[in-house]
Design a protein around this ligand. Sequence first.
Ligand code: NAP
Length: 246
Amino acid sequence: MTERQKTAVVTGASSGIGAATVQVLCAAGYHVILAARRRERLEKIAREYGGMPLELDVTSSASVAAFAAQIDIPVDVLVNNAGGALGKESLVEFDEEHWLQMYQSNVLGLARVTRALWPRLQQSPAATVINIGSVAGEETYAGGAGYTACKHAVRAISETMRLEWLGQPIRVTEIDPGLVETEFSLVRFAGDAKAAKAVYEGMAPLVAEDIAEAIRWVVSLPEHVNIDRLVIKPRDQARVDKVARR
Ligand code: NAP
């Protein structure tokens, strides 16, 4: 009997950590569904590594429903990666639109996609949900209240998943990266390349492939092994805002 090909859904697959995850999971033999808003980017990545691109805006319930309706096979791995930070204003100057958007993508989006794919996750004999949190989910920094609050919420949601799904064949892993050089800072600073570059100046940040490799490892473990949480930082970073620069 030939083994069934496993399916992995990766949100935020059009860039950075998501795109690198598509590459490693395709190489590991998964049928990968690539999801994000920028369809052309997804198509390019799928041409390079494989997989099926599907448009998805996690901030829209209608988009999530339309996305999930196109998936009629068991989902063995769900990587809730779509998200990011917007702005770095102090608390008393916070931008409501930024905060709403961050909650919509990092928090509600993660919950929406998981809820929509729940029937498909249950069809897998052994599923894994990986939530991409951040070191901002366990620490705070000045100017980061909106984003850190969102990633603290990812921690709460990941733990709740483990409680609510206890006894079912489904694992939950939270991966919390430190500084990873992707388009994250470019998005955060609204396309200001100089400000984005300064975040990684004089230090050796992680690259997206470092996080993808952790995801590959987590899903490759025997079914009974659940990695609850991985905190992965560059050697040059001791805390969220404590970085060695040369
Ligand atoms: P990135 O290069 O900016 O990628 C972000 C991805 O999220 C893109 O593919 C983007 O795709 C997608 N996305 C954003 N909003 C979305 C929405 N509404 N619907 C669907 N997809 C959406 O940044 P990254 O570093 O790879 O970030 C990936 C995850 O890692 C995020 O959750 C981020 O918070 C987390 N993280 C990053 C770092 C870091 O230092 N880079 C550290 C800790 C945690 P579209 O724009 O095409 O929709």
